[in-house]
Design a protein around this ligand. Structure first.
Ligand code: NDP
Ligand code: GDP
Length: 326
């Protein structure tokens, strides 16, 4: 039975990746942070019905000693580093924490792999935010980076230290440059989930308005369930490499909202208002990925359209609100 260690197991991708690896017969160890309320943030694993099948181990990416201990005790075959301060907006409010977790945390876990478990295969959760002020219309593995937030700067460090450990120490280390991916388990602070939750609340008479910032921004949105499959495929290759994972289609925030509101029979313009406080200090105007390498080398492609993902999210939010699982 292969063993996988996942950091960020309580997050969106950690939950879907755990589900995929359990289906494939892995023993899944998920690293989670202690909370003062006891236990850990288990809501997403519960939602997928797998909370009892993931072996939760405690640790924190900023704590090298916990990384070393986990590599020694678990002896994983595959390590997926999904843990991060992952929200761009928060990274301007907490830039140092973002650097410590999202950037230096990657070196902590790579060091632990190098010292304790160099034969393990390693996945780093890199981000399309690294392209920021885009240098090419379609962003591929060869497109130069231009990060536009403390989050993106931290992710760029994580990306290059992964490349460097592969080249310096021969680790099987891959960096997945994933474009935005969403699901019913997406954090409520991200724009898709904020919108699908608002559409559901307004439909049920629980809210009236949807405040948003820059609705002209464009993103290449896919479904997290499809994207965790790409992570696993990367670690099944003979060599560690870097891959762009994207749909190859870009859509404005406004058009994404239209899909959500239309699904519940609401007119978006009756509810949307622009809140200047929600604009960011520096914006990423457009992202559009070129997933050709993932197609040809991994045999991967995005199976879920934006329309079916957004309607799935609205339906899940309606169900949550109706059953008071908010
Ligand atoms: P989430 O925000 O849902 O999950 C982040 C996870 O990181 C949570 O489990 C969180 O734990 C954990 N975490 C935060 N701080 C620490 C820490 N100090 N030590 C250990 N774990 C920590 O993110 P996603 O699941 O959406 O994304 C997974 C990864 O992929 C992230 O690295 C993200 O930056 C990256 N990414 C995501 C994209 C997307 O569109 N979703 C696009 C490209 C990259 P807790 O529950 O305790 O807070
Ligand atoms: P990001 O691409 O990782 O920053 O993902 P987000 O979902 O947080 O944001 C996607 C885009 O939506 C960005 O260009 C934001 O500026 C834009 N956006 C507009 N209004 C909002 C809002 O109210 N919340 C968030 N999170 N993003 C918004």
């Amino acid at each position: 039975m292969p063993r996988a260690l996942i950091t960020g197991v309580t997050g969106q991708d950690g939950a879907y990746l755990s589900q995929l690896l359990l289906e494939k017969g892995y023993e899944v160890f998920g690293m989670a942070r202690r909370t003062s309320t006891g236990g850990f943030q288990d809501g997403r694993l519960r939602w997928l019905g797998i909370v009892d099948r993931v072996r939760i181990v405690d640790g924190d990416l900023t704590d090298l000693s916990s990384m070393l201990r986990l590599m020694k005790d678990i002896e994983p075959d595959e390590v997926y580093n999904l843990g991060a301060q992952s929200f761009v907006g928060t990274s301007w409010h907490q830039p140092l924490l973002t650097a410590q977790v999202t950037a230096l945390g990657v070196t902590n876990i790579l060091e632990a792999v190098r010292v304790m478990r160099p034969q393990a295969r390693f996945y780093q959760a890199s981000s399309s935010e690294m392209y920021g002020l885009i240098q090419e219309a379609h962003q591929s593995e060869k497109t130069p980076f231009y990060p536009r937030s403390p989050y993106a700067v931290a992710k760029l460090y994580g990306h290059w230290i992964t490349v460097n450990y592969r080249e310096s120490f021969g680790l099987h280390a891959s960096s997945g440059i994933l474009f935005n991916h969403e699901s019913p388990l997406r954090g409520i602070e991200f724009v898709t989930r904020k919108v699908t939750d608002a559409a559901a609340r307004i439909k049920l008479g629980l809210a009236q308005k949807l405040p948003l910032g820059n609705i002209d921004a464009k993103r290449d949105w896919g479904h997290a369930r499809d994207y965790v499959r790409a992570m696993w495929l990367m670690l099944q290759q003979d060599q560690g490499e870097d891959y762009v994972v994207a749909t190859g289609r870009t859509t404005t925030v406004r058009d994404m909202c239209e899909i959500a509101f239309r699904h519940v029979g609401l007119n978006l313009d009756d509810h949307l208002f622009i809140d200047p406080d929600l604009f960011r200090p520096a914006e990423v105007d457009v992202l559009l990925g070129d997933p050709a390498k993932a197609h040809s080398k991994l045999g991967w492609q995005a199976d879920t359209t934006l329309e079916s993902m957004i309607t799935e999210m609205v339906d899940a939010d309606l169900e949550r609100l109706r059953s008071r699982r908010v």
